[in-house]
Write a protein that binds this ligand. Structure first.
Ligand SMILES: Nc1ncnc2c1ncn2[C@@H]1O[C@H](COP(=O)(O)OP(=O)(O)OP(=O)(O)O)[C@@H](O)[C@H]1O
Ligand SMILES: [Mg+2]
Length: 270
């Protein structure tokens, strides 16, 4: 069976020809942000992408979204190469939630009106069902119905992130990419958003890709782990295998440096 998402020898380069590059005195050598990466994500699974800052995690997933162009290689979705310009159905099918939910929510709009508009514009459900669907979406992310009339200013960080997730889910994506979706939140709220992501996998069947610095998140939510370093994938496989017997020295270092639950043995502390 082909994977839902197949990344095939993908590379992304950023030119160094702009004003900043000139200021830094670096003329031409491009930054190779993603360097010949291949990986597959099977439908219904959850994959965690970890790796140090600047290792290319966001760039890789932004290229899946169509926000960064590939210098070489190919990305296939449901077995078909993703074109530079995408049809509406494909754009709907791949959704992303970002680290700082506040910045992507329009401060002037109520939560309800944002969701209603999305459902209507994309004709996700007939007009007569929009209202009920908004209620269902809020339920799905465990927000009270009263949130509907609230504007972002009144929401906590965790609530905003839930709205962000509801907005992504409104389009009934096959693939949900969460880029540091919990790292702006405090620890308790992080845990509740993690619970939510784990639960949504089960209830909606959505395929998840979580970019994170948090190895516990990967261990708790994901089936597969991908470790990136300097634009390359240095390790990938089932979470248990990657954490218990890392084959790459960098992964071993990463696990050793993780402060909490994830130990090299894969056991939680008693
Ligand atoms: N728009 C851009 N223009 C130029 N260089 C970029 C751009 N976006 C990313 N880069 C560079 O590409 C490399 C990979 O960055 P990326 O944001 O993908 O890393 P990351 O793994 O997501 O890091 P973090 O964990 O800090 O989010 C870095 O060297 C970064 O400086
Ligand atoms: Mg990033």
């Amino acid at each position: 069976m082909t994977d839902l998402l197949e990344i095939d020898h993908a590379s992304v380069h950023f030119g160094r020809s702009g004003a900043l590059a000139r200021m830094l005195g670096r003329g031409t050598a491009p930054v190779i942000a993603v360097d010949d990466v291949s990986l597959g994500v099977a439908a219904g699974t959850a994959t965690g992408i970890v790796g140090e800052s600047g290792s290319g995690k966001s760039t890789l997933m932004r290229s899946v979204m169509g926000l960064n162009q590939l210098a070489s290689g190919e990305i296939r979705f449901r077995g078909r190469a993703l074109a530079r310009t995408r049809d509406l159905a494909t754009r709907r099918a791949i959704q992303m939630v970002f680290q700082d939910p506040g910045t992507t929510l329009n401060p002037a709009r109520t939560v309800g009106s944002v969701l209603e508009e999305l459902l209507a514009v994309h004709r996700v459900v007939p007009a007569s069902e929009v209202d009920a669907r908004v209620g269902h979406l809020l339920d799905l992310v465990h927000l009270p119905a009263s949130i509907r009339d609230a504007r972002p200013k009144r929401l906590s960080g965790g609530q905003k992130q839930r709205v962000g997730i509801a907005r992504a889910l409104a389009l009934e994506p096959d693939l949900l990419i969460a880029d540091e979706a919990t790292s702006a939140l405090d620890v308790v709220v992080q845990a509740s958003v993690l619970d939510l992501l784990a639960e949504l996998r089960a209830t909606t069947g959505v395929t998840l890709v979580c970019i994170t610095h948090d190895l516990d998140l990967v261990r708790y939510v994901c089936d597969d782990a991908v470790v990136m370093r300097h634009g390359k994938v240095v390790e990938q496989g089932p979470v248990e295998t990657v954490f218990a017997t890392p084959s790459d020295p960098y992964t071993a270092e990463l696990i050793a440096a993780a402060p909490t639950l994830v130990g090299a043995s894969g056991e939680e502390p008693a």
